[in-house]
Write a protein that binds this ligand. Structure first.
Ligand code: AMP
Length: 175
C-alpha cells in the first residue's frame, strides 16, 4: 500500500493556492493508520523514549497512538488558552501576526527524552516553537516525526539547522 494514496488533497483550502493535505482519510484506513504509526517509530529502533509530545490537534491522534505503541506517556502541546493548570508558552510567527503554543509547567521532567509528533511540517514555525518550549522545560528532543513534509517550505531543514533529527513518511511538492 502507498500511504500517499490514502491522504486526500483539497486544493485552495483554507485559502487559494494552498493544497491542504487531509490525513483524516489515512486515519480512517485501518492499514494506513497502523502503517503510519509503525513507520514513524521505526527510526527510534531501540532508542529510549520517555514521552511522546503531540502538537494540537492532529498530532494528538498520531502521538496518542504512538505513545500507546511505545508504552510511554503522552504530552499535549496546545494552542494558547486551552490548558487548565499553570502553563509556559512560546510564540511563533504566522503569515499575519503571531500565535502561541503552551504546555503545563510540570509536563516535562528535567532530562526527559521526547519524541515530537505532528501530522505535517510546512514552514516549521509550529514545530520550532514546540521544540523551544520543550527544551526550555528541560527536555531532550530525540526525534521529530511527521507523516507529511512539504520540503519546498523548508521546515524540516530549519529543524535540522536547530540540530534536530527529523523524519517524515511522505513529501509533497509545493505549498
Ligand atoms: P508550519 O508551522 O508552517 O510548519 O505548519 C504546520 C502546521 O500547520 C501543522 O500542524 C499542520 O497540520 C498545518 N498545516 C500547514 N500546512 C498544511 C497543509 N498544506 N495541509 C495540511 N495541514 C497543514
Amino acid at each position: 500500500m502507498n500511504l500517499a494514496e490514502v491522504i486526500r488533497t483539497i486544493p485552495d483550502y483554507p485559502k487559494p493556492g494552498i493544497m491542504f493535505r487531509d490525513i483524516t482519510t489515512l486515519l480512517a484506513d485501518a492499514r494506513g493508520f497502523r502503517r503510519a504509526v509503525d513507520e514513524l517509530v521505526q527510526p527510534l529502533a531501540g532508542a529510549k523514549i520517555d514521552k511522546v509530545a503531540g502538537i494540537e490537534a492532529r498530532g494528538f491522534i498520531l502521538g496518542g497512538a504512538i505513545a500507546h505503541q511505545l508504552s510511554v506517556g503522552f504530552l499535549p502541546i496546545r494552542k494558547k488558552g486551552k490548558l487548565p493548570y499553570e502553563t509556559i508558552a512560546e510564540s511563533y510567527e504566522l503569515e499575519y501576526g503571531v500565535d502561541e503554543v503552551e504546555i503545563h509547567v510540570d509536563a516535562v521532567r528535567d532530562g526527559e527524552r521526547i519524541l515530537l509528533v505532528d501530522d505535517l511540517i510546512a514552514t516549521g514555525g509550529t514545530a520550532g516553537a514546540a521544540i523551544r518550549l520543550l527544551e526550555r522545560a528541560g527536555a531532550t528532543i530525540v526525534l521529530c516525526a511527521f507523516v507529511v513534509d512539504l520540503p519546498d517550505l523548508g521546515g524540516a531543514e530549519k529543524l535540522r539547522a536547530m540540530g534536530k533529527t527529523v523524519t517524515s513518511l511522505i513529501a509533497f511538492d509545493g505549498e
